[in-house]
Design a protein around this ligand. Structure first.
Ligand code: ZN
Length: 137
């Protein structure tokens, strides 16, 4: 009776230990994936906010692309989405939960933005909006 109890106790302890080891193996990968997904979603939100602002500006000025201040709209988008703007060098840290630094550039021809994260494995998705800007004529 007493040795049966000890045996059950050892079995429960061993099972708990195995569960802890499995959790410790699974958790870092889960967090890496979670941080990548939130980084990509945040960059997507920034890009859609910027796209919406450019389209509104084009609708307001009759579609004159050269009259739009794209840099200003990008700064406004950053403020609206994250409450702050990148530095003079176009870099901003503290938004990616993986610790990466973002760099946003505006394509001189299409005026679409491209935000790259320098965290390992985060930079792959660069441009979400690929169509030309839409605006009411
Ligand atoms: Zn990132």
């Amino acid at each position: 009776m007493r040795s049966g109890y000890k045996l059950r106790l050892i079995a429960v302890a061993a099972a708990s230990l195995i569960l802890c080891v499995l959790f410790a193996l699974w958790y870092p990968g889960y967090m890496r994936k979670y941080r990548l997904e939130t980084c990509e979603k945040a960059r997507r939100v920034l890009e859609y906010t910027y796209t919406h602002k450019v389209e509104a500006a084009l609708s307001a000025n009759g579609g004159r692309e050269d009259d739009v201040d794209y840099e200003k709209l990008l700064r406004e988008s950053y403020t609206e989405c994250f409450g702050r703007t990148p530095g003079e060098d176009g870099r901003i840290c503290g938004i990616c939960r993986g610790g990466g630094t973002w760099t946003t550039t505006i394509d001189p021809e299409t005026h679409h933005i491209r935000t790259v994260c320098d965290e390992d494995g985060h930079g792959a998705v660069q441009t979400f909006v690929k169509e030309p800007f839409q605006y009411a004529q």
